[in-house]
Design a protein around this ligand. Structure first.
Ligand code: ATP
Ligand code: MG
Length: 449
């Protein structure tokens, strides 16, 4: 039927050519037009091809276009070496130590260009004692480059000048069947790189593709291997997952596959605190929503949310032990951050932002005198207020508090004066000698007790 229709429209049968192991699928069959490729990526493939090299758009971008999604970026694969690519494009630089890539720059856009590479055969490969590949940086040809990729859907090459797709692993049919399938023997591929288990979960959640049964099956028995992956790489993958726009779905899937337990300290934090679970789920949902609306999201805000109930618990214990509220909050923040950094390598650059958001929280409770107006002028007010709304929605604090701040922000001066509550907080007393904790209290704008 379709063939007949195509024949009528295009005048000849649209045919898939087979060259060796490769199926070459014409535009008439797949329908992805070169107009979907970014101008910068086009310039890179055109430039390389004009210089006599093979060059394709590859990986996630081809997959996303076939799924009618907007690709995040366009990666190029070529048989030109990094030095060759540098010679073709003056505005480019070689990056990466493990495997050298070239960033080709066009105005705002950077196009990552990599030379075809191959998987190193088992006997030559350097692995750790669990079979994890430590090195895979040998140049190869296009077929080998397809074979070293993770999923069939991620191993398609698109040539913008002919609008043909090169498919070595039946990825086109898998995409059309909405199936995410590992190339090769899934167990072997997870052993080489356990992060592929997390990628399977993330990509299937993000793309709404089902995991092929044979791809999913070994995961349960192999999940322990994740504990050998360097923390920095796990954090990278966790960030991709949390900022994928489908964090909630990803976390649920990880949990369903029992991939969270004991392997990723952050997921334990998220899921094993009953009090915090609702709050964290709301924070993830909120982040997903913002990403889908193309609004900015800050990883620091998300980390602040993930860790909030730990901070709360420690703050409470300390106050019960007689510490003053502000000093106790400072201690609690430092304790939680130190613990997480040891486990998770959350970058220090997020600390200041997280602390500011947390420190502003008790100040929302104070609704008398000049304090609310001073709080409004804080540079982090907006983020802290968003954080407060999540706390309200999760039931941790009274919803009235959020509503009060919602109104107060935009109210006229008269209305604000009406809204202010009697200032019952003890006034700061002048003392000749500054007591301990005065600095912290002043910073947090809290009365000294
Ligand atoms: P996203 O849309 O999230 O960027 P992606 O598939 O493009 O998804 P990237 O991390 O950008 O993911 O990787 C680009 C390509 O590199 C993938 O499409 C895949 O072909 C290959 N790849 C990435 N990570 C691995 C891995 N761990 N093992 C094998 N191939 C990988
Ligand atoms: Mg990508």
């Amino acid at each position: 039927m379709i063939k007949k229709l195509l024949k009528r429209v295009f005048g000849k049968a649209a045919r898939i050519r087979v060259e060796g192991k490769c199926h070459i699928i014409p535009f008439e069959v797949h329908g992805v037009s070169r107009s979907g490729i970014s101008p910068a990526a086009r310039k890179v493939t055109d430039g390389l091809q004009a210089a006599g090299y093979a060059a394709f758009v590859v990986g996630g971008a081809v997959r996303d276009l076939l799924l009618d999604r907007h690709p995040k970026d366009f990666d190029i694969a070529t048989n030109a070496t990094p030095e060759d690519v540098r010679r073709v494009f003056r505005r480019s630089r070689i990056i990466g130590r493990r495997f050298r890539l070239v960033h080709v720059l066009f105005g705002e856009e950077t196009v990552e260009t990599s030379t075809f590479r191959r998987m190193i055969e088992a006997e030559d490969a350097q692995t750790d004692e669990h079979g994890r590949l430590l090195r895979d940086n040998e140049f190869g040809d296009q077929e080998q480059d397809a074979a070293r990729r993770d999923f069939t859907a991620n191993a398609l090459f698109y040539d913008p000048s002919t609008q043909e797709i090169y498919d070595y692993h039946n990825g086109y049919a898998d995409i059309r069947a909405n199936t995410l399938r590992m190339i090769g023997d899934p167990a072997v591929r997870y052993r080489e790189d356990p992060v592929r288990m997390l990628r399977a979960v993330r990509l299937s959640a993000k793309l709404g593709m089902k995991l092929d049964a044979a791809t999913a099956a070994p995961i349960f028995g192999m999940k322990e291997l994740l504990s050998n992956v360097p923390q920095a790489r796990l954090l990278d993958e966790m960030l991709k997952l949390l900022l994928s726009g489908h964090a909630l779905e990803c976390i649920k899937k990880l949990r369903a596959m029992d991939l969270h337990h004991g392997l990723l300290p952050m997921l334990d934090v998220i899921l094993e605190q009953p009090l915090g679970e609702k709050f964290v789920m709301l924070a993830l949902e909120n982040t997903d929503q913002r990403i889908r609306e193309d609004k900015s999201v800050s990883p620091a805000f998300l980390f602040a949310a993930l860790l909030w109930h730990e901070v709360l618990a420690s703050w409470k214990t300390r106050q019960e032990a007689g510490e003053r509220p502000v000093a106790a909050l400072h201690e609690a923040m430092d304790e939680v951050l130190a613990r997480q950094q040891a486990q998770l390598a959350i970058p220090h650059r997020y600390d200041a932002f997280m602390k500011e958001i947390w420190l502003l929280q008790p100040r929302f409770e104070q609704r008398g005198g000049q304090r609310p107006v001073r709080l409004l002028s804080q540079p982090r007010f907006r983020a802290a207020y968003d954080f407060l709304l999540l706390r309200c929605e999760s039931g941790e604090v009274d919803a009235q508090l959020g509503l009060w701040w919602d109104e107060f922000q935009d109210a006229s001066d008269e209305r604000r004066a009406e809204m202010l509550q009697p200032d019952e907080a003890p006034k700061k007393r002048r003392r000749r000698k500054k007591p301990a904790g005065a600095k912290a209290a002043a910073q947090a704008d809290l009365p000294i007790e």
